[in-house]
Design a protein around this ligand. Sequence first.
Ligand code: FES
Length: 320
Amino acid sequence: MIHAHDIRVRVTAIEDVAARTKRFRFEPVDGGSPPLFAGGAHITVALGDDDGAIRNPYTLSGSPQDRGGYEITVLRTTDSRGGSAFLHEQVRVGQELSISAPINLFPINFLARRHLLIAGGIGITPFLSMTEQLADLGQNFELHYAMTCSGAAPYEAQLRSRLGRRFHRYCSDRGERIDLETLLAGQPLGTHLYVCGPERLIDATIAMATSLGWPSENIHFERFAGPPPGDPFTVRLAKSGQTVTVGQHQTLLEALERAGVEPPSLCRGGACGQCELPVLSAEGELLHYDHFLSEEARAAGHSIMTCVSRLKGRELVLDF
Ligand code: FES
């Protein structure tokens, strides 16, 4: 599904950066500069053989100073709906794709006196652009990166040479762990914390910071909520009477877009809350995969985040 405001780009480079991890470079087909972005931003990429049938969000991993194009770094996952498999196996240099303009839901807070960045695994991607920007601007920061060291870790050499003593590595496959308590307790007032990676790292970091009295406005995190596949179901839109079938590998949002409906969306990863739609009835069980709704809101079942959540059942009726 191609959107009216999409940017048409050509793939100009594909490079292995670690096991099952590739970097892709996109440049506008019209030869101009793509829109500016700041560290932490992401784009969505229309993927699949069927006219970009799925749209996945990917963090921009290049430098914000690079005015020629965008770079994304993609781990080939086994539980993928097909987005990372498509990029790894079918996309070639020279091919054209459609992407959205950058959206930033994980921005740097430049009022901070210091920035503490914590990454786990492929969660390093937003910090690649953020550290470039922080270093360019002479900001006070350090990066703590937990990774598997048995193979080549993505970007380790680049980060080590760019950041020097501001870069700290932890080999999780050798049992090394970030000592969150010591690290977080030792930061000066006015420090902002940014964390991205596996759920357990994000949860543990937020819990430790909170227990040490960090203000919630100084804690920033980015979760990846890849929409899982599920059984097909039907969605009925009460206002128009339109009925749409959501396929096994499609999200509710993608099915609506494909049917010509334009529901709201932003992150497409279950985090921002933009795609929330009211539920009038559900013939089956709502499967909430987002990070936005509270437990109470989920239990009430009055709304659904269409970018990641779905129905296990027959028919969902939305007040839309
Ligand atoms: S688009 Fe952000 S939560 Fe769905």
